[in-house]
Design a protein around this ligand. Sequence first.
Ligand code: PEP
Ligand code: MG
Length: 896
Amino acid sequence: MSSYVWAFAEGGKDLKDLLGGKGANLAEMTNLGLPVPPGFTITTEACRVYLSTGTQPPELAGQIDEHLAELERVMGRRLGDPADPLLVSVRSGAKFSMPGMMETVLDIGLNDDSVRGLARVSGDERFAWDSYRRLVQMFGTTVLGIADEDFDDALDAAKRARGTTDDLGLGAADLRALVDTYKAVVARRSGAEFPQDPRRQLEMAVRAVFDSWNAPRAITYRRQEHIPTDLGTAVNVQVMVYGNRGADSGSGVAFTRDPATGEPGVYGDYLANAQGEDVVAGIRNTLPLAELERLDPTSYRALLQNMATLERHYRDLCDIEFTIEHGRLWMLQTRVGKRTAAAAFVIACQLLDDGLIDADEALRRVTGAQLAQLMFPRFDADAAPKTLATGMNASPGAATGAAVFDSATAVARAAAGERVILVRRETNPDDLAGIIAAQGVLTSRGGRTSHAAVVARGLGRTCVCGAEDLEVDLAGRRMLAPGGVTVVEGELLSIDGTTGEVFLGEVPVVASPVVRYFDGELHPEGPDSDELVRAVHRLLAHADSRRRLGVRANADTGQDAARARRFGAEGVGLCRTEHMFLGARREQVERLVLADSDAERESALAVLLPEQRDDFVMILRAMAGRPVTIRLLDPPLHEFLPDLTDLTVRVALAEQRAEPAERATLERDRALLSAVRRLHEQNPMLGLRGVRLGLAIPGLFGMQVRAIARATAELRAEGVDARPEIMVPLVGAVQELDSIVEEISAVLAEEAARTGVALDAPIGTMIELPRAALTAGRIAQHARFFSFGTNDLTQTTWGFSRDDVEGAFFSRYLDLGIFPTSPFETIDAEGVGRLIRIAVGEGRTVRPDLHIGICGEHGGDPASIHFFHDQDLDYVSCSPFRVPVARLEAGRAAIG
Ligand code: PEP
Ligand code: MG
């Protein structure tokens, strides 16, 4: 027979699944010898039986009776005894803390008779009647489902009649009358009298706690916090102790360290002559906990001693609830306390110094998500106005600037020294200059892996995307927001990329010392450093010493590569070359597309070659001595050509004007228009891009490879250790790679002959199509390395357009639990992950020394990094700002 009821002394802190967090910790404190009011816990298993069958397990009532009898024996009193009643509390307590989401009933055991017994033995009539009226109210609301207002109105009326605003202003007679009023409320609203049988009160309260697992707010909370729906709650039945028995009594909460900063010290609140519920409800102003030393030095000293015991025992920050009854301290609850990201780092190092935990454990106590939080500048929460709209929190940070609606204006205004926010319906590669110039980017469409989001994250620019309530009116140079608000160009906007909020006007920000440390502006041991910076420094160093995964960065410029290096990147895992075809170079791309002869095409490529070489020189120099994986051009060429509609209008207008002077331009525009039409694609992401482009436009990839070879030769001649790797995008079949490798090798051989120095750059491929993953064994015959492009691999595996779906229907999918987080954010281990496993396995079988990394956005995502560690990848590559996060998580993955 299952035991559905456990005495506190039988449990322990590791039994949270069965006893819930509260029950497990009460048991632990009991066994530590701390003063815990005695009691027992009804298990989550009993709750699960009740929730699935609609009835309690048949043995439960008998087991509760046995434990109750034992409790009565220990206390020397019987539940609800009219002469000297034992009273108990009934509290919920699930495995994961769900603060305030489920029910509690106090003072079970009071009725019309035992209230008099309580008055007599306590010598305090007011206290007895106050306890009874609390029971009738709590029982009425939580067990019988009566609205709070029915009781609150009666309480307010009683206070008005007595001419007081404070509960303490009501005397015994007032409270006794209030009990009658409350009982009448119960009878009227529930159709039955308030139950006088104490055992029946207990049974009904237990059932109400079980039921509260499925209260709407509990369901919502679980969904939000990703808590499984089938765990059920335990129920703790515990002897009542009272903090509301006069000036020598009270209730409080305490933390063993400051949960905001991690500072050791005395933190918490105390309320004299009050029950715990009053502290939380904020009915009266609490005192700082340190004041207790003055009020009750004995209890204060005992509390500090218990706090020290708990912290040593749990080896962590604990939060505690306690009650003092007539100068006697009782411990009512403890748990490992929640804390801010900063406190997590500081506390982990303090406990390490105190010898309570070792360095691995300290590393387990912090997360990449916390580190990311510490890196972004923040809005000063106290100064933030009402939000204008909310979008997706695509790239964290806090940015303020004048709203501008196109890239050119962003660049012009920024050049004039103005801070701007680039506001777009959606962005495209053309907006890069504007994104770089802006403090942040706001779009009304697109998801977390839309262009704006990826680029903004890469650059460390704040980005809120997919704020669908905003209507961007480019022509009108304005943005319409809900409530009839119009934001015109130049008006100040603030965007919070950590929360997705958009504000009108300027919100003050605070800078992050952690980023200043990574940037080398702050030395951990220097005078400006603080304990947080030292803790981050120390735990990252430990992560580096433990991790097996390498960490590289996705960087496209020398500046980015340099920053990534300062942040600890061991190379560049992805250098996207598309931005190198924009700006003034666009003219050459147009010539390339329009070329009707080899000579014309080669001439365009010849102009691009030295410029491209200079790009590579900068990035290879910044990463000297470390690998730089350069990806050959990926996006479809039409992205570099004028917009189809704009060009059509331009040609039509020029045709109408028929100015002889414009003749040559018109001819060129017509040719361009026909090329744009020819290249136009309905699904560009699945069209002429990646390796397909390299095969369709002869010489294009060759030019890029030549530029890499020349940049490398130039740098090596200077004594700089340039280490390029050449990566081919969007390969689906080995034949594609084979053809391109042949072209690349020929170019490298030519360059070697020209300079007399052979370039040994490894040639590899991205794996970003299911077909590539499924034929990885064959592809590995022609590739020295693989790099998983998990953005495209996710898109093509699910058939989700990465630019559209997140804004369109992902919130519905998340609500339905189809996935717990967007698969563009955290790798879908089951589906996309399976393809990765297949590709790694087959690739390494064919080529045991195949070097394998990942350069999609998942490379910087903590949960995904653990998956990549488990798959035995060699490295992850992510945006420079996520490099420290990846280092930390790779270390955490290694220690398990
Ligand atoms: C990818 O697809 O994961 C990738 C890194 O390439 P891009 O995002 O440039 O398509
Ligand atoms: Mg890709």
